[in-house]
Design a protein around this ligand. Structure first.
Ligand code: HEM
Length: 378
C-alpha cells in the first residue's frame, strides 16, 4: 500500500512517527475524554457554553482517529516488528507483544464503534447511541495500558510525565463530575470515587512492576528473534537468536543499548567504483533492531586476478546510532567473503566490536543481513 507522507520516509523515521503519533493520540484522546466528562457539568463561564464544548469534543475525537490511522500505518511500515495492517483492527493476533498491542487495537476498535454509531445516531436512537458512547471511557485506560506496555519511551521521564498528566486530567474531570452530580445519580458517587482512586494506583503499580523493570521486553511478548544477541554468539544469523533479557527494541535510540551485546538487521545498497590502482566498494546500510541507525562501510582494494573479488587495502566504517552524541568510527579488522568484523569507537570513549553477515545481490545492488555488536573485548 502507499501512504503519501510515510512513503518518503526511511524505516527509522516511521518508528519516530509511530512513537510521536502514539503520544499525540494519547493526549488528544485524553482531551476528548475530559471534554466528554465535563460536557454535562454546568459551567458558569459564559465563554464555554455547552455547545462549544460539545463541538470541540467532537472535532478532537475525529482528530484522534486520524492520528491513530497514521500511528498504525507507520507502525506497520516501520517493519522492525512483525505488525500487519489487520493487527490494527483484530486484537491479540499479532506475534509482537500480543496482549499489549491487542489493548491498543481494542481501544482503536472501541473508538471506531463510537465514530460509526455517532454517524448514524439519528437512526440508532439516543439510548443505544449513548450506551455505545460510554465505551469511550473504557477505551482510555485500555489505551494508557497499551502505551505503557509497549511504548519505547516508557522509561523516559517525559513520557512518564505525559502519561501521568493525562491520568491526572481525567481524574480531575471525573471528580468534578462526581461533585456536580445530584438527585438519582448521587448513589454513583461512592463507586465512581473508588474507581477514580483504584485506576491510577493500579496503573502506577503496573508500571513500576512491569515496563520499568529489566527484562520487560521478553515478558511483554517480544519475539525471540527481535531480542539482542549474547556476547558469545558468533555463528551466522545468531545476531537475532538470543536468549538474553534485552530491554525493548531500540529503547530510546539508544546509549544504554550499546552497553551490552545486541543484534539488528541491516539493509541497504552497495556501489562499486573504480579508483586509481584499484576499486572502492561503498555499503550504505540502515540498521534496525535494538540499536537503530546507519552503517556506512567503505572498502578500498585491488582486484584479485581472475577471481572477481577484491583484496582489501584499507577501510572506513562509520556507525551512526540514534541517541548517540557522535558517530562511531573505525575500520574492518577481518573480512571473509560477505562477512566481516570491525572495531569502531566514539568520542565518548565507547568502543564496539561489530560482526556483520551480509547477502549482496549483485543484480540490483541490494544488501540485506545482520549486524551484531558488543563492547570491545566482551
Ligand atoms: C486508542 C488507540 C491507541 C493509542 C491512544 C495509542 C497510543 C500509544 C502510545 C502512547 C504509545 C507509546 C509511544 C512511546 O512510547 O513513545 C504507543 C506505542 C505503540 N503503538 Fe499505539 N496506540 C493506540 C493504538 C494502537 C494500535 C491499534 C496499534 C496497532 C498497530 C498500535 C501500535 C503501536 C506500536 C507498534 C507502538 C510501539 C511504538 C514504539 O516503539 O514506541 N497502537 N501507542
Amino acid at each position: 500500500m502507499s501512504f503519501p507522507l510515510a512513503a518518503t520516509l526511511s524505516p527509522s523515521a516511521y518508528w519516530y512517527l509511530a512513537r510521536g503519533t502514539g503520544a499525540v493520540a494519547l493526549v488528544l484522546l485524553t482531551v476528548s475524554v475530559v471534554l466528554g466528562i465535563l460536557g454535562s457539568v454546568r459551567f458558569t463561564a459564559p465563554r464555554w457554553p455547552r455547545f462549544a464544548i460539545d463541538a470541540v469534543h467532537r472535532d478532537v475525537s475525529l482528530l484522534v482517529l486520524v492520528v491513530l490511522v497514521i500511528h498504525i500505518v507507520t507502525s506497520v511500515l516501520d517493519g522492525f516488528a512483525p505488525i500487519r495492517l489487520f493487527d490494527g483492527v483484530i486484537p491479540f493476533v499479532t506475534p509482537y507483544r500480543p496482549l499489549w498491542m491487542g489493548l491498543g487495537t481494542v481501544a482503536f476498535d472501541l473508538m471506531l464503534a463510537i465514530a460509526i454509531t455517532s454517524l448514524v445516531r439519528r437512526r440508532l436512537g439516543y439510548q443505544a447511541w449513548r450506551a455505545v458512547h460510554w465505551l469511550a471511557y473504557a477505551s482510555w485506560p485500555v489505551a494508557v495500558l497499551h502505551g505503557l506496555g509497549t511504548g519505547s519511551d516508557v522509561k523516559q521521564w517525559w513520557m512518564l510525565a505525559l502519561t501521568a498528566a493525562c491520568i491526572v486530567a481525567v481524574l480531575v474531570a471525573v471528580w468534578t463530575r462526581i461533585a456536580s452530580t445530584s438527585g438519582e445519580y448521587t448513589g454513583l458517587r461512592a463507586p465512581a470515587t473508588a474507581l477514580a482512586v483504584v485506576t491510577p494506583i493500579g496503573l502506577a503499580v503496573f508500571t513500576l512492576a512491569g515496563p520499568l523493570q529489566h527484562g520487560w521486553a521478553r515478558r511483554a511478548g517480544t519475539p525471540q528473534t527481535l531480542l539482542g544477541a549474547p556476547a558469545s554468539s558468533g555463528s551466522p544469523g545468531s545476531a537475532s537468536s538470543s536468549t538474553s533479557s534485552a530491554p525493548p527494541p531500540a529503547s530510546s535510540g539508544s546509549s544504554s543499548a550499546l552497553g551490552g551485546s545486541w543484534g539488528a538487521s541491516v539493509n541497504g545498497t552497495v556501489t562499486e567504483g573504480q579508483a586509481p590502482g584499484g576499486a572502492i566498494v561503498d555499503l550504505a546500510l540502515q540498521v534496525n533492531g535494538r540499536v537503530r541507525g546507519r552503517l556506512r562501510v567503505r572498502l578500498g582494494g585491488v582486484p584479485i586476478d581472475g577471481g572477481g573479488g577484491l583484496s582489501m587495502t584499507g577501510s572506513q566504517v562509520d556507525l551512526a546510532v540514534a541517541g548517540q552524541p557522535s558517530v562511531l568510527q573505525g575500520r574492518i579488522v577481518s573480512l571473509r567473503g560477505e562477512e566481516f568484523d570491525a572495531r569502531v569507537s566514539g568520542a565518548a570513549g565507547t568502543t564496539l566490536d561489530l560482526h556483520a553477515q551480509l547477502q549482496i545481490d549483485t543484480n540490483d545492488n541490494k544488501v540485506t543481513g545482520t549486524l551484531s555488536g558488543a563492547p570491545a573485548g566482551a
